[in-house]
Structures are given as C-alpha cells and as structure tokens.
Unconditional design. Structure first.
Length: 319
C-alpha cells in the first residue's frame, strides 16, 4: 500500500480503530520490490477534489490464483495507471470494499473487508508493514457459510455521524438482492429484495444516515442506481442512468470526487482483463453526466472481482 498517503488520509479523518481478530493465512508473504509510495506525475483534467489534490481511482485486484494487487489511476485524456507489485493473498471469487484503518495507538495500519471463497464468507484483515518495500500480511476469519448462490457482494459503511450503519449486500442467482446488517462480528438478515434478475455488477455509490445507493449493471448493458432506504420495510427505488453500453463490465469500482457528489468509476471487463475509467456527476437518473476517459493502459485487470480501496471514514455521496 502507498503507506505515506494512507497514513495521512487516516490522520486527517481522526480515525482510531482497534485491530480486528483474525487467524493467519496459509500463504507466506514475500518482499515486494516496488515501494508503497505514490508519485503523481499526470496532469488530470476537471475531475478533481480541489486545486491541491486531484481525484484518483484506487482499485484492488484480488485474483482467483491467490494474489492481490493495488492499481491507482489518475484521470486524463489518457488515464495514467500506477500498478504496484502483487502480493500473496488467498484465492477468492467475490470481494467487497477494502477499508483502511489504524489501531488505537496509531502504530498499525491495516485493511479490512469481506470476501467469498466457494460457499463461505470470510473477513480479512490485511496488515501493512512499516517498511516501504515489505509485503502486506493478510489474515482471515470465516464468518459465514451458505453463500454458493451469491455472485456479487458489496458493503456500505456510514461512520461519520449517527445513526451509523454497516450493510452487506449480496446479489443472488435467484434474482434477489439480500441485505444484512453488520453488527459487531455478526450479521442480521434483513430479507430479500426481489426484482434483480439479469443484474450483474454492483458496488456502493452513496452511504448516508438514511439510505444507501448501489450502482449496478445488467447483462443487457444498462446502468442503474438502486436507492435503498435504511428504514425497515422500505422498498428500493431504481433509476435508469444509461440504457446501454455497460454490458462488458463484471466489476465496478467507485471513488468519490469533490464535495458536490461526483464520482470516479472504473469498469472492468473480465473477458479482456481491461479497465475503463469514467467521471460521473451526482447521480440523477438519465440526467446524470458521464465523461469517458477510455481504456486504462499498461495494466492487466485479472481479478476475480475488483474493489475500491478507501478508508473507514471516507463516505460516498454519489447520489
């Protein structure tokens, strides 16, 4: 991980969090020859958070073969990608957002998140070493079974104010979207939401005190937002953003950009192992503005899924 930037981001958020319980992974980590620091050399266009800091897509690439790679993409007429050295992880078939955190003493930085391996759900905690060139050290804990019929998962994490919430969303092959409240180390099933047959990729676009919004694609190529109120029993509201052009993407990765609800999106075509970057205005159905920056050069996106790398206190406000 680009530890310097990550540490500054966490310090700015005032984040204090205890390290999650876990058990060692069977894979042995090895040193990475490339330092985990960021060099911004591109000249991005209008997609920026401020004059001092440009927006950037941070994409995690966990693979079925058991590796993890971090890819950072600056927008421009041609996107500029910085792919870090892969490190040992564990084979997965679906993954949710990786959240960066730091322990209460401020001495240990780590990522945490959820993943599917076969029919089992795991929580990972991936510790970042102090050395710039040492490989991250992942650990894993099984937290559930019976997930064989789920083809995609996503998590929300509203942590900046009350009432706080964390949800796990699972897209099932039966055409329903399932939501689970994450309560401590456990999960509370909140029931299925029908009507999602034909949907393919999904990720979280917004997380607020009263609702989450998912960004989803369909097999036919449509792009939708799915606004899901936190209130029990409330029904989701679907809005069509684009009716075609998104069928190639099996993964979507979203980062917030600026204070007005803009987002950077990376769509990944698993068949060709290529990624494409977009900037999107605050979502408003078919009125949503989308700018395509095109294919991301020089990177093979060979993940079983592709995920956002963010921090515990970075909230998405894309709708």
């Amino acid at each position: 991980m680009k530890l310097q930037r990550f540490a500054l981001a966490l310090a700015g958020a005032g984040l204090l969090a205890a390290a999650a319980a876990s058990v060692p992974v069977t894979a042995t980590a090895k040193p990475a020859p490339k330092p985990y620091f960021e060099t911004k050399t591109a000249n991005p266009n209008s997609a920026k958070a401020s004059a001092a800091e440009v927006c950037e897509s941070a994409v995690g690439v966990p693979t079925a073969a058991g590796t993890m790679q971090e890819v950072y993409v600056l927008p421009g007429r041609t996107p500029k990608a910085d792919a870090l050295e892969p490190y040992k992880f564990v084979g997965t078939r679906a993954n949710a957002t990786w959240y960066g955190a730091v322990n209460a003493a401020g001495t240990q930085f780590y990522y945490y998140g959820l993943l599917l391996q076969g029919g089992n759900l795991y929580r990972h905690t991936t510790y970042l070493p102090a050395s710039e060139t040492a490989s991250p050290r992942p650990t894993f804990k099984k937290v559930g079974s019976g997930w064989s019929s789920f083809k995609s998962i996503a998590t929300s994490n509203y942590s900046v104010a009350g009432p706080r919430h964390q949800y796990l969303y699972g897209l099932n092959t039966n055409g329903s979207l399932y939501r689970y409240a994450i309560v401590g180390a456990g999960f509370k099933a909140l029931g299925p939401l029908p009507g999602f047959r034909g949907f393919k990729a999904m990720t979280v676009l917004s997380e607020t005190a009263t609702y989450d919004t998912l960004l989803m694609t369909t097999n036919a190529g449509a792009l939708w937002t799915v606004h899901i109120p936190v209130a029990a029993g409330a029904k989701p509201v679907l809005k069509l953003v684009r009716s075609s052009g998104w069928s190639a993407y099996e993964s979507l990765v979203v980062q917030g950009c600026g204070t007005r609800g803009g987002s950077l999106i990376v769509g990944v075509d698993h068949d060709t192992k290529t990624g494409y970057q977009y900037a999107m205005s605050k979502a408003n159905g078919s009125k949503t503005a989308i700018t395509s920056y095109g294919k991301i050069p020089g990177v093979e996106f060979n993940g079983s899924s592709h995920v956002s790398l963010t921090t515990h206190y970075d909230q998405l406000v894309g709708e």
